[in-house]
Ligand binder design. Structure first.
Ligand code: EPZ
Length: 419
């Protein structure tokens, strides 16, 4: 089992580039099922979740060729029921249901896996498929779906679910009728998938909004696309710079995707400096103060839930009380007890809310990463703590951050991978 050894106390310095967006790469990889023509994807992050999605694609009969962060996908799928052990490795494998239904008009997949941050049902997904008149047979160990006729459809998603929106888009792109998706999710990764489906031949109005109007085509063509930058990774590096009292330049970002995290950093007295639309400098200049309002997650463009764990760590270094509220996932805050073990002053009010009282000096600890985002938050905490920390379960962090140890080393961090 891989673990990180971290000696804290070194301010991060230097330049770093942001990788491709994990949550854009995953649905876009699934979208390549929709065509038999070659697809070339650039800026693909080399992370475990991406590898897991490609393993399913190969199991479905596609040929996948890697060249650094560029991947060529060719051939046609040969069946529509991927191996259960591959599907159960990650949550995003649910996206093959929409893609295979789109390409083969039938699909059978096992229930997806995914991290422990909260119960995530599939009811919004089934609502969408039923709204497009698919026949579903969902049981505890398999999801079967069939599309026997095509028609115009109007879908209202009861929750603006990211992957449910993407599943509906993947199917709608292959239906030569109009599909309206209302209360759609509109995160940058959802829009990146939409851009790919348009390049493949579908017509989509309302990209970036909560209402998507999709006109599909029977036969989608191949595509060449560069995955948009990862706003969560960019936000994570901004927070790491402030927590370690460092000074870093982060490249290949998208400025407009960082508005909300920057808003809260400004409230805390930090001044991220956007050198241009793709570069931001984050420099610790003076002690931070608690933001004058709660930090609460929201649907896009609200504060992203996947940045909440690192944000909690940042608020331990802000003078005063901060209420951090993640209403989306009931287990997101559980990792806070590990920060308390490091010396943070955090009151866990309920599964969704914590009150953080700063500024506290953190002490090194032997920790274990409970999930992807809490894992990176503990890495940041260890980089600013006094002494030598050990973080077990590093592979959970590798699910979403490419070569995180060597990239942090390039910024001066004293981090070493073991195992
Ligand atoms: C996607 O998961 C992401 N995963 C998650 O990122 C991310 O945390 C999540 O969206 C939210 O942004 C991928 O894209 C592969 P949801 P998904 O259905 O689609 C509740 C990471 O660390 N909710 O959008 O499974 C909902 O019930 C991962 O990269 C509402 O209550 O998530 C669920 O509990 C983890 N009302 C939670 O939020 C709403 O209107 C997330 O829902 C919308 C959602």
């Amino acid at each position: 089992m891989s673990k990180f050894n971290i000696i804290g106390g070194t301010p991060l310095q230097g330049e770093i580039s942001v990788s491709g967006n994990k949550n854009a790469a995953l649905p876009i990889i699934a979208a390549t099922v929709l065509t038999d023509e070659d697809c070339i994807l650039h800026n693909i992050p080399q992370i475990l979740d991406v590898k897991a999605m490609f393993a399913i694609l190969e199991d479905l009969g596609k040929t996948v060729t890697f060249e650094g962060n560029t991947v060529k996908i060719s051939g046609a799928v040969t069946h529509s029921s991927p191996a259960q052990y591959l599907v159960s490795r990650l949550r995003a494998s649910i996206l093959y249901l929409g893609a295979l239904l789109g390409r083969c008009r039938e699909a059978e997949i096992a229930p997806p896996g995914g991290c422990v941050i909260g119960k995530r049902g599939i009811d919004i997904h089934s609502d969408a498929f039923l709204g497009m008149s698919a026949e579903l047979d969902f049981s505890s160990n398999s999801y079967k779906a069939k599309l026997t006729h095509e028609k115009d459809s109007y879908l209202f998603l009861q929750e603006a679910s990211v992957t449910a929106t993407e599943n509906a888009m993947l199917l709608a792109a292959t239906v030569p009728h109009q599909t309206i998706i209302d209360n759609a999710a509109c995160e940058p990764h959802v829009s990146d998938l939409a851009n790919v489906l348009v390049k493949m031949g579908a017509t989509i109005e309302g990209i970036g909004s909560n209402r998507l109007i999709i006109k599909g085509v029977k036969k989608l063509r191949g595509v060449e696309h560069s995955i948009v930058a990862d706003n969560i990774e960019a936000g994570t590096f901004m927070i790491a710079a402030l927590c370690t009292q460092g000074d870093i330049i982060i490249k290949n970002i998208v400025k407009e995707h960082l508005i909300t995290p920057t808003f809260y950093m400004n409230l805390m007295g930090a001044n991220p400096e956007f050198i241009d639309d793709n570069t931001v400098r984050v420099r610790y200049e003076k002690p931070l103060t608690a933001p004058s309002r709660k930090v609460q997650v929201g649907l896009w463009p609200g504060f992203p839930t996947d940045l909440m764990s690192p944000m909690v760590v940042l608020t331990t270094q802000a003078e005063g009380n901060t209420l951090c509220h993640d209403w989306m996932f009931e287990s997101r805050m559980f990792f806070c007890d590990k920060l308390v073990g490091m010396g943070a002053n955090i009151t866990i009010c309920d599964p969704h809310r914590v009150i953080v009282n700063g500024i506290t000096q953190l002490k090194a600890q032997h920790l274990s990463s409970p999930d992807l985002r809490a894992g990176i938050a503990l890495v940041i905490a260890a980089m600013m703590a006094d002494g030598h920390s050990v973080i077990d379960n590093a592979s959970l962090i590798d699910r979403g951050y490419e070569n995180i140890d060597t990239r942090l080393q390039s910024l001066g961090a004293n981090i070493k991978r073991e195992g």
